[in-house]
Design a protein around this ligand. Structure first.
Ligand SMILES: C[S@@+](CC[C@H](N)C(=O)[O-])C[C@H]1O[C@@H](n2cnc3c(N)ncnc32)[C@H](O)[C@@H]1O
Length: 256
């Protein structure tokens, strides 16, 4: 095993163990299969069973830890007449998407998408039971079951302003069979984002590894299709977290 894959495995184990303290067989399944719908269905079913009150589950941290990274993207409209389109990709039962809907001063359409129908149903039931008031009365919030390797089935090209990804790409990259899916997800994001749009990945992966991966995967026929940057979010429980920003570039491929 290379030092790189070893550090990924240890990191994945630490996060999963911290999140799932009681279910050891589920922990083992999660560590290797975080790219699988069935794993997450089981995770959200088991995390919500035995309790009558809904509680958001947050991977790494909640909205407050990253609001300063997200809110600057919600200050300018891409088109005067339309809502800003925001996607929380692999939303799980996190409050990130609902918090964006609640706090955005400009009208937004926030889509919280996940491959797990269990997570989507829990969130739909939660907002039905406890309505969230948006800052802007024209804002919209929806929860959809969607495999993000196939974003083109839900979105037209260049139609999304902001994609947030808290732990989803990490989950794919850390899975035995998920690395190809992580690359597909990135390419799909670059297709559906507007030229003025951005993808924000919140991750604990070290910049040496993630920037190299992003720069490699964002190439189309050897040409860089995106600009990539990183900022430190901060240290929480001894772990340093990062915000990776990916912005599409218009790629001009010459036939000469
Ligand atoms: C590490 S969890 C993060 C959940 C949430 N973003 C949070 O911050 O708590 C990864 C999420 O990605 C979802 N997921 C995995 N593969 C996916 C895919 N191909 N398309 C959409 N969601 C996916 C899982 O169901 C899970 O909810």
């Amino acid at each position: 095993m290379s030092p790189f894959s070893k550090s990924l495995t240890l990191s994945g184990r630490r996060i999963v163990a911290a999140c799932v303290r009681h279910h050891s067989s589920l922990t083992t399944e999660l560590i290797e299969n975080m790219d699988k719908k069935a794993t997450w269905d089981r995770f959200y079913t088991e995390s919500s069973s035995g309790s009558t009150t809904f509680k958001n589950f947050e991977w790494f941290f909640g909205f407050d830890a990253v609001r300063d990274f997200i809110m600057p993207f919600l200050q300018t409209k891409s088109h005067p007449d339309s809502l800003l389109r925001v996607l929380d990709m692999g939303c799980g039962t996190s409050a990130l998407g609902p918090c964006i809907y609640r706090h955005s001063p400009l009208p937004v359409r926030v889509t919280c998408a996940d491959i797990s129908p269990v997570a989507v149903r829990l969130m739909q039931e939660h907002v039905r039971a406890k309505a969230i008031q948006p800052h802007n009365p024209s804002s919209q919030l929806e929860f959809v079951e969607l495999d993000c390797t196939q974003l083109h089935k839900h979105y037209s090209p260049t139609s999304v302003d902001l994609i947030v990804d808290k732990g989803t790409t990490d989950a794919l990259l850390r899975s035995k069979e998920g690395k190809g899916k992580a690359g597909l997800v990135l390419k799909q994001c670059l297709k559906v984002l507007r030229s003025s749009g951005s993808l924000l990945q919140f991750s604990d992966e070290d910049p040496d590894a993630r920037l190299l991966w992003l720069e490699t995967e964002a190439q189309e026929q050897g040409v860089m299709a995106a600009d990539v940057g990183v900022q430190e979010v901060g240290v929480l429980r001894g772990v340093c977290y990062y915000c990776y920003q990916v912005t599409p570039r218009s790629v001009v491929i010459s036939n000469e």
